[in-house]
Ligand binder design. Structure first.
Ligand SMILES: [Zn+2]
Length: 485
C-alpha cells in the first residue's frame, strides 16, 4: 500500500455497516447558482424529510483539488434525518480546467474564491460567485459546513503546508467532533508522519471562517494531502471524515460506502487508482467529456469492499500489471472476477491488459482468454492495422492507427489465443528490446482484443489509445462497448 493506508482500512463506518438495512427515502432538489452564466453550478439538497441538522458539504472552491471529486461522490448519499446539502463544484470553471483560482477573474486580489467571503459584519462578499454561494448559505442556514480542500505536507518548497489536517473554527462542538473525526481517519493511517492533525481558525476571507464568524455555523475545512499519489485514497479520506461527522450528528443511514450517483443513460466507470496504476487526469477528462460517462477513482480497499457493484465498467490503466495484481490481493482479484462474471465490463490498457490476461507465473485475473508471450519491449509509436470489427467498435474509417506503445503485452501467437477472443487490431510495427538475445516478433500479433468472461465483456489494448488526443472518441467507445452500450 502506498501512503500507509492499512489494508482493509476501516472506511468502514460505511463499509462495515453494510448489514444494516439501507434505503432511506430522501428527496433531492437541485438549486443552480449563477444560472444561465458560465459560472453556473448545482447545489444538491438531499432531504430526509425528518427534522435534524442541516449539513453543507462544499468541494471545488479550489478547482485543482480533489475535494470536488469527493463531494461529487457524497452527493450520491442519503441521510436518516435532517438535510445534507452538497455543492461539489463551487468554482466549476476552475474544476473543469483543473485550476486553483477562478479562470473568469484576472484580478489577483479576488481570483482566489476562498478569500472573497465576508471578514467583518455587513461586509459584502466579493465577486459574482462568492455572492451567489454566500446568498445560498445565508438562506439555507446550515448548522454545519464542511469545506473539502487539499494541501501538501509541510516543507520549505511548498507554500500550502496544510496537508492532512482539519482546520476548524474554535467552537466547542466543532472541537469535540473534530477529535472523533481525527481518531476515525487516523485509525486508517499507519505512518505516524501522515496522520491528520488539528489546526484552528480557517483563514480570513474563507467560506468556513465567514460561516463560522458571521453566521455562527459549525465550520471546518478538511485538507487531504496531495503528496499522496493515490487520489482514490484522498477522496476516501474526505468521504470517511464527512461520513463520521454525519454519524456524530445521528444522520448516518447505514448505507455502504457510496461513490457513484446513478443517472439514466450514464455509464459509471470505476478507474483503478492505487499502486501500479494511476490514470492521467487527461484520460479521465476525455472519458467524461461527452457527458454519457461518469468516472470515479477507486483503490484496492474499496474494490475489496465490493464497491464495483455500483459501477458498469472497471478501467485498469497503465503502470504495472504485477503490482496491480499484488495490490488487489486475492480478495480484490476475486471481487473483480465476480464483478465481470456477473455482467460488468472491463477495459484494460497496457498494465491493465496484462492484469486481465492468463499467466502461469503471475497472479493475473485470467478474464481475457489470452496468454502473454512477451513483455517490456520498450516504447515507440506503433502502427496498428484494424480489423473490420475493430473499425466498427472504435468508430474508425482508416485501416491503420498510430498509437503510443509503452512496454505493453504481446499476445499469441494465434495458437495461444482462445477462439472466443476477437482481434480488433494487429501490430504492424515491431519494437525490439535491445537487451534480449531471443527476439519474439511482435508485428502481426494482436494489439487490441476483446473477449467474454461469464456475462461480462472484456476489452484490452496493449498500446495506449487513451493517450492519443485524436482517439478520444474511440477510447470512449471502448468503455461504452464494455458497458454493453
Ligand atoms: Zn484549497
Amino acid at each position: 500500500m502506498v501512503f500507509g493506508i492499512a489494508l482493509a482500512a476501516p472506511m468502514t463506518g460505511r463499509a462495515g455497516l453494510s448489514s444494516v438495512p439501507v434505503g432511506t427515502l430522501c428527496s433531492v432538489q437541485t438549486n443552480w447558482l449563477c444560472p444561465g452564466t458560465p459560472l453556473a453550478t448545482p447545489l444538491y439538497l438531499i432531504d430526509s424529510g425528518q427534522t435534524g441538522p442541516v449539513v453543507l458539504v462544499v468541494g471545488g472552491i479550489h478547482g485543482d483539488e480533489e475535494g470536488s471529486a469527493a463531494a461529487g461522490q457524497i452527493r450520491a448519499w442519503t441521510v436518516r434525518r435532517g438535510k445534507l446539502l452538497v455543492l461539489p463544484q463551487a468554482n466549476r470553471l476552475g474544476v473543469l480546467q483543473h485550476l486553483r483560482t477562478q479562470p473568469s477573474d484576472t484580478n489577483a486580489a479576488t481570483r482566489d474564491l476562498n478569500r472573497n467571503f465576508p471578514t467583518y459584519a455587513n461586509e459584502a462578499p466579493r465577486g459574482e460567485l462568492a455572492t451567489a454561494i454566500w446568498a445560498q448559505v445565508c438562506a439555507l442556514k446550515p448548522d454545519w459546513l464542511v469545506d473539502l480542500h487539499e494541501g501538501y505536507l509541510k516543507s520549505p518548497a511548498k507554500t500550502n503546508g496544510l496537508g492532512n489536517s482539519l482546520v476548524v473554527m474554535n467552537q466547542p462542538a466543532v472541537l469535540r467532533a473534530a477529535s472523533n473525526l481525527l481518531a476515525a481517519v487516523n485509525a486508517t493511517i499507519t505512518n505516524e508522519a501522515q496522520r491528520f492533525v488539528l489546526r484552528q481558525q480557517p483563514i480570513k476571507g474563507s467560506l468556513a471562517r465567514a460561516a463560522g464568524d458571521r453566521l455562527g455555523c459549525h465550520a471546518l475545512l478538511v485538507e487531504t494531502c496531495r503528496d499522496n499519489p493515490n487520489i482514490s485514497q484522498r477522496t476516501r479520506q474526505h468521504r470517511l471524515l464527512v461520513h463520521r461527522l454525519l454519524r456524530e450528528l445521528g444522520m448516518d443511514d447505514g448505507s455502504p460506502d457510496v461513490l457513484a450517483h446513478k443517472q439514466p443513460g450514464v455509464i459509471l466507470v470505476a478507474i483503478y487508482d492505487d499502486s501500479g496504476g494511476h490514470a492521467t487526469g487527461r484520460s479521465e477528462r476525455a472519458l467524461e467529456q461527452a457527458g454519457d460517462i461518469q468516472t470515479h477513482r477507486v483503490d484496492s480497499d474499496a474494490i475489496e469492499a465490493g464497491v464495483l457493484d455500483q459501477f458498469d465498467v472497471l478501467f485498469a490503466p497503465g503502470g504495472s500489471g504485477s503490482v496491480q495484481a499484488r495490490e488487489l490481493g486475492k480478495k480484490g482479484r476475486d471481487a473483480v472476477r465476480k464483478f465481470v462474471h456477473a455482467g460488468g465490463g472491463y477495459v484494460g490498457i497496457c498494465a491493465g491488459a496484462y492484469l486481465a490476461s492468463r499467466s502461469q507465473k503471475r497472479p493475473y485475473l485470467g478474464i481475457l482468454n489470452a496468454s502473454i508471450s512477451d513483455f517490456d519491449r520498450g516504447r515507440a509509436v506503433v502502427q496498428v492495422e484494424l480489423t473490420g470489427q475493430g473499425r466498427q467498435l472504435l468508430g474508425r474509417t482508416e485501416r491503420e492507427l498510430s498509437i503510443n506503445y509503452h512496454n505493453g503485452p504481446v499476445w499469441g501467437p494465434g495458437s495461444r489465443l482462445a477462439p472466443a477472443c476477437e482481434v480488433l487490431g494487429r501490430f504492424r510495427t515491431d519494437v525490439f528490446p535491445t537487451n534480449r538475445t531471443t527476439q519474439v516478433t511482435m508485428s502481426g500479433t494482436p494489439a487490441l482484443l476483446t473477449g467474454r468472461y461469464g456475462q461480462g465483456r472484456v476489452l484490452c489494448s496493449s498500446p495506449h489509445p487513451e493517450a492519443m488526443p485524436d482517439l478520444e472518441e474511440s477510447f470512449r467507445r471502448m468503455l461504452r462497448w464494455a458497458a454493453g452500450k
